[in-house]
Design a protein around this ligand. Structure first.
Ligand SMILES: C[S@@+](CC[C@H](N)C(=O)[O-])C[C@H]1O[C@@H](n2cnc3c(N)ncnc32)[C@H](O)[C@@H]1O
Length: 211
């Protein structure tokens, strides 16, 4: 059962709905897996940072001290929850409702962009526009860090991922077969580092803009 790729309007509608169950459904994954990995995404970052596709603000507790973060998402309902987390954690961050392919930020103004589980949601045909926009707002020495799901090479795990994929796509619009690494290279990024951080399904990617 393939549902086909969604438009940005579809995704916004989906996440307005998902904001009601996102944190509850994700709780076991957050507790046993993501919570342990998220700090790695934010380690050694300083200055003006971007949390792209920030959702309910699961990264907020990891925002580094002495930094300012733009917490960006398409869905106001998801952002409302992120705003609560920013307040609770006392972080210096500003919630911005925007499409990742049209960021209301100046050129070369951001030191690093972190994005967790956005690119497995973004349709492949939208990814180049988003990556070009990230490249535009990043400083030349800026960094992009992603955390994304990919299909396992283990046949048994892959089989289960295939079984679950229609449900994951229905609930989150997410897929495990996005071609993000190809889009990164085609959009003018150099992949500096790739590392599986949970089994061979959760991939950490660090990239930098090529000039
Ligand atoms: C799977 S959630 C990930 C949320 C969060 N980063 C996390 O780690 O839990 C994906 C988020 O990306 C947002 N999103 C989807 N398409 C977007 C777009 N084009 N621009 C900005 N945000 C987008 C959704 O609204 C949703 O909150």
């Amino acid at each position: 059962m393939l549902m086909g790729d969604k438009t940005m309007t579809d995704l916004k509608r989906l996440y307005q709905r998902a904001s009601r169950y996102y944190d509850i459904l994700d709780w076991p994954f957050e507790f046993f897996r993501y919570r342990l990995v998220r700090p790695k995404l934010w380690r050694n970052l300083h200055g003006t940072l971007l949390d792209l596709g920030a959702g309910t603000g699961r990264n907020v507790a990891c925002y580094p001290d002495k930094s300012f973060v733009y917490t960006v998402d398409l869905s106001p309902a998801m952002l409302k929850k992120a705003q609560e987390r920013i307040r609770e954690n006392g972080r210096d961050a500003k919630c911005v409702e925007a499409d990742a392919s049209r960021l209301p930020l100046p050129d070369r103004s951001v030191d690093a962009c972190v994005s967790t589980f956005l690119f497995c949601v973004l349709p492949d045909d939208r990814q180049p526009a988003v990556l070009r926009e990230v490249r535009r707002v990043l400083k030349p020495e800026g960094r992009l860090r992603l955390l994304e799901y990919v299909y396992s090479k283990n046949p048994w795990r892959r089989f289960w991922m295939r079984m679950l994929s229609p449900l994951v796509e229905f609930l989150y619009g997410a897929r495990f077969d996005r071609q993000t690494k190809n889009h990164l290279v085609a959009s003018g990024f150099r992949i500096d580092r790739e590392e599986f951080v949970a089994k061979d399904v959760l991939l950490f990617i660090e990239a930098s803009p090529l000039y």
